[in-house]
Design a protein around this ligand. Structure first.
Ligand SMILES: O=P(O)(O)OC[C@@]1(O)O[C@H](CO)[C@@H](O)[C@@H]1O
Length: 392
């Protein structure tokens, strides 16, 4: 990025700011919700109390010496940040480490009865069972009668707006995530994305998923459509290796979503069966790379992941957090060119995201001015605006 001046990394130390609210209010609320959702024993309750206390006024504690991923976290910044306040280190780091500590508190990594039990699972399955999900799946029957091109565009928008409400966001946003979307997108490079996906069945799409449930289902439907209609020959779906940011999709969530599709009947079941067999014959692969839960921007990705993305026809990154990691979780002036801040990414990259944090790039100045005039800063974080940005 030779000509792009750098911008400040987001921290959570400023009371009244969005990041501060996440650390001071959202994280304690998540601890309370998880505690209520499971019949945990005294050991988990004590550990959750300690985490709550630490989040409010304590310092960041290192992972236990015997943690399986202690070395990894050491290289990811734990040595540098342990002992400091959660509010004084990069916000991205603080948030990611919070989820790692929460899993520790509930025994997710500890041999015993709670090992591997996803503390967010009740919230995710409630979404899959919701009537809205049923309605969305039923609507696929009507969509099936429309021209393939119209189906493709509808499914792309379904995948984009599926990101509107993640579960962590809803805990503190009080309905903002479900408010009607403001008309239009703040940036729309979808034509460029479609031209990249026009590969006559030879290309490989990497889709870096975000949330489970009502976001992952439309993501999978989009992949099914692209495979069926020969836009691509293969897809690789990146999910999280462990539960993260409440609703982020893991392999177990992919299985739940596929079972939801295959059990739905109608066109939805057709897409589900197609994906099921694509997994069996290798046209669809699921990957859960450790770096997917790293507290770092994509610029710092390890060589093996870089080589994977470099081989993609296009990598589509879903959601707000992936966007933050793509452009560096910095407070860029919104008109900073998207191509400049994503120049580090190996190969063509697309971001599909609703706006749920202060970070944004690639807007034209008229769009930014109109948003500010109408909403001051709220458009950045309310989840009611979205963007599709592509760097070829
Ligand atoms: O990546 P997602 O699911 O679209 O959003 C993640 C998110 O809710 O979490 C962060 C705050 O905790 C924000 O960046 C963003 O609003």
């Amino acid at each position: 990025m030779p000509d792009t001046p750098t911008a400040p990394v987001l921290l959570g130390h400023e009371p009244g700011s969005f990041p501060h609210g996440v650390l001071a209010e959202r994280h304690p609320a998540i601890i309370r919700q998880v505690r209520e959702a499971f019949p945990y024993g005294p050991e988990q309750h004590r550990a959750l109390d300690a985490l709550l206390e630490s989040c409010a006024k304590g310092a960041i504690e290192p992972l236990p010496a015997d943690a399986h991923d202690r070395d990894r976290w050491d290289t990811w910044g734990m040595r540098e940040y342990a002992g400091r306040s959660w509010f004084d280190v990069p916000w991205l780091w603080s948030e990611s480490y919070f989820y790692r500590r929460l899993l520790d508190a509930v025994g997710y990594f500890t041999p015993g009865p709670w090992q591997g039990i996803d503390p967010f699972r009740p919230f995710k399955t409630a979404e899959l069972d919701a009537t809205e999900t049923q309605e969305e799946l039923a609507a696929l029957d009507d969509l099936a009668d429309r021209p393939a091109d119209a189906q493709a565009r509808a499914l792309l928008h379904g995948s984009l707006w599926g990101n509107r409400a993640d579960l962590g966001f809803r805990l503190s946003a009080e309905g903002a995530g479900t408010a009607a979307a403001a008309p239009g997108l703040v940036a729309d490079d979808s034509d460029t994305l479609w031209s990249l996906l026009d590969t006559a069945g030879t290309g490989t799409l990497y889709l870096v998923a975000d949330n489970a449930g009502r976001e992952l289902v439309p993501d999978l439907l989009l992949v099914a459509h692209l495979l069926t209609h020969g836009h691509i020959g293969r897809a690789v779906l990146h999910v999280k290796p462990y539960p993260y940011y409440v609703s982020d999709a893991t392999t177990a969530d992919v299985v739940d979503a596929l079972r939801r599709l295959t059990g739905a009947g109608g066109a939805a079941a057709g897409h589900g069966h197609l994906l099921w067999s694509a997994l069996a014959d290798g046209r669809l692969t699921v990957r859960a790379h450790p770096f997917s839960c790293a507290p770092l921007p994509y610029e710092d990705m390890p060589g093996d992941l870089r080589a994977e993305f470099a081989s993609a026809t296009v990598t589509v990154l879903k959601g707000d957090l992936n966007y933050r990691r793509l452009v560096g979780d910095r407070l860029w002036p919104p008109t900073t060119p998207f191509a400049d801040v994503t120049a580090h990414f190996p190969g063509p990259v697309a971001a599909l995201r609703t706006l749920k944090s202060d970070v944004v790039t690639g807007l034209d100045s008229a769009t930014e001015a109109a948003l500010v005039a109408r909403e001051e800063r709220r458009w950045r974080t309310s989840g009611t605006h979205a963007l599709i940005q592509v760097r070829v």
